[in-house]
Design a protein. Structure first.
Length: 183
């Protein structure tokens, strides 16, 4: 098994660790700091596995299959946990997850036709903003609040992540609309 696939598998194994830290009651919100650290580590493996696979020509069907599943499991788990704790409104979570279902459906249809659809710039921006928003919402730190304003940076980044999610979904559907026939 190549290094890129090992990094993807590591990400999958980090998800229950992330969830466990999220729930373990520790003083001074230490559990959230630990959960955020594990989440960041898992998110970094997402960046590294793709770079490694391309650089060392280690792209594989296993990686193409498991990598997007690992990504969705990680972010969707975080969104659900944040919703459960009241740090993220359920509508945001529903929209984030719905976007993933739509894109996964398109990728499934494309794969059935022997095509691979790579992530675009907006999709990568969406992922980055989501990861930053998740960490900011978990830490709920006063640093993320603007001074002398009623705006919270974590909410602004989360809103930007939602806009990027919906935008990238619409862009993805539009660019690949010919794959779905209404006949």
């Amino acid at each position: 098994m190549n290094i890129a696939n090992r990094l993807t598998i590591l990400r999958v194994f980090l998800i229950p660790v992330f969830i466990a830290f999220f729930y373990i009651p520790l003083p001074n919100a230490l559990n959230m700091w630990l959960a955020a650290g594990v989440f960041i580590l898992a998110a970094v493996t997402d960046i590294l596995d793709g770079q490694w696979a391309r650089k060392h020509n280690q792209c594989s069907d296993f990686g193409r299959f498991l990598d997007p599943i690992a990504d969705k499991l990680l972010t969707c788990s975080a969104f659900i946990l944040l919703t459960e704790t009241g740090r993220l409104h359920a509508v945001f979570t529903i929209l984030f997850i719905a976007r993933e279902f739509v894109i996964s459906g398109f990728r499934l249809v494309a794969a059935g036709g022997g095509k691979v659809i790579a992530a675009g710039i907006m999709g990568k921006l969406k992922t980055t903003l989501q990861c930053v928003a998740i960490v900011m919402l978990m830490l709920d730190n006063p640093i993320f609040r603007l001074i002398h304003a009623n705006f919270r940076m974590d909410w602004i980044v989360t809103g930007a992540a939602l806009v990027a999610s919906l935008w990238s979904c619409a862009e993805y559907v539009w660019k690949n609309r010919k794959m779905i026939s209404l006949k």
